[in-house]
Design a protein around this ligand. Sequence first.
Ligand code: ARG
Length: 588
Amino acid sequence: MKKVLDLISQEVMNAFESCGYDASYGKVGISNRPDLCEFQCNGAMAGAKKYKKAPVMIANDVVAKLQESPLFAEVAAVNPGFINIRISGDYLAGYLKEMQADENLSVEKTTEPKTIVIDYGGANVAKPLHVGHLRSAIIGESIKRIGRFVGHKVIGDVHLGDWGLQMGLIITEVKERQPDLVYFDDTYEGEYPAEAPFTISELEEIYPTASGKSKVDEEFRKAALDATAKLQSGVRGYRALWQHILNVSIADLKKNYGNLNVEFDLWKKESDAQPYIPEMVEKMKEEGYAYMDQGALIVDIAEDTDTKEVPPCIILKSDGAALYTTTDLATIIERRKLFDPDEIIYVVDKRQEMHFIQVFRCARKTGLVKEETGLKFLGFGTMNGKDGKPFKTREGGVMRLEHLIADINEEMFRKITENHEVDEAEARETAKLVGLSAIKYGDLSNQASKDYVFDLDKFTSFEGNTGPYILYTIVRIKSILNKYRANGGTVKKGHLLAPAGASEKELMLALTNFSSTVEQAYEELAPHKICAFIYELANDFNHFYHETKILAEENADRQRSYIELLDLTREVLETSIDLLGFSAPERM
Ligand code: ARG
């Protein structure tokens, strides 16, 4: 569907043209004086010079032409030459009727669908999921949904970290604890046990222990580096142990991401890029891009215009081990082979920006990607505690995601049950839905690149710019609709009337902004635009609700129109929160 702003612009542009002025002067914008009008056109001022006329004369010409237009309730020329516009209520109702009938709620599907791989989540196996990975999961999931909604083919890949030093650290620690395990017997040729020699909780204790050791024990660190290289080169026992680590860890990750309502199409890992590495390295050497420098294989990627130093890309370390950069480059080759994407979007902590500058430049320089393939880095800021430092537990440790979610759900449960009797099991389920909205909205309502403060009290509040406030609004609408149904009414579509009052018109106008919001959110990879939109929409609804007797309205046509407006508002809000990755309960 065309956007209201474009339809209005077209009408005003036509008027400029038929008055003998250039149509381009007729572009209309949202009014910056909502007390005076809803839309405004400043073209008369811009055209004054060209036509050697006072701006207000031009404005008067155009305004006279527009008096008969069915689009407007009011068009006025105001000194020194503004054209102030109010949209016609009938026209607005007609537009919303079309929106009701449109299965995509006025958002147009792209005519050029792209294949987009989105790399998000990025958990590391065998390390507990912590709040640092939360942002990537939340933002990435939303971008994926928005991309699909506007018609692209979006493939979400969790891209697990499973190929770096952390694997060598774990293997070395397991070896120290249980040196007799068959995985460490070089002469063993049989099958390896199907059962892992550790549980997820053991694994989660093993990694931090090993990591701590490697910082003080040089010997241990060397052993871990050696184990990493051996794993990568394919030593059987190490590969078998690594497979156990993966299995145990992925089962746990799936559960955790599931709780966040985050779904990946692909559970690929850094190690899946390994088969592509040897050929990639050979080619880079052959074509003269990669050369040996102090034992390591590197590619220069600095450019003359760099204002800060961009270090060379290290492709292989002196022991032949692959690095984070290496697997990221080889993953680009794999993705090209499997999906031939038009674009790859990486949703990763902004502190990794330099890494991605290096990877992107190296990929382009060495021809790993087609020229037209887009490589985008969406770097997000840090989630801080109230002290302004990266979020920690009360004891100062790294907060595990499960614990954070449990804390929020507990707080939501307390709030939901505070003032009234409720069924405990239902309240727990509701608390989960509302808790997720608190976490996700708290994150997504900030521009992704900015740091933000995780504030439990604020995020879980039912008032203000929060997820629970949005859900509360949706539930309020649902409850009115249910009462209407209980009284024998049927919620239909297609009977909207011109607004009867100012707050109703405002709500109707707010709804028309849905399509431009979603489009912008996609183009700028900016879910926060959707948050800002639904916050305003929820406010407009609540304002209307407080001023209007809906269920007590006596005129049946008017009441039916109110009900349809509520239902459309609900649909737009629910679609929007689905794009953000959460949903609303039936009651709360
Ligand atoms: N595993 C990485 C980390 O925890 C994030 C992976 C991001 N994606 C990528 N293709 N490098 O820092």
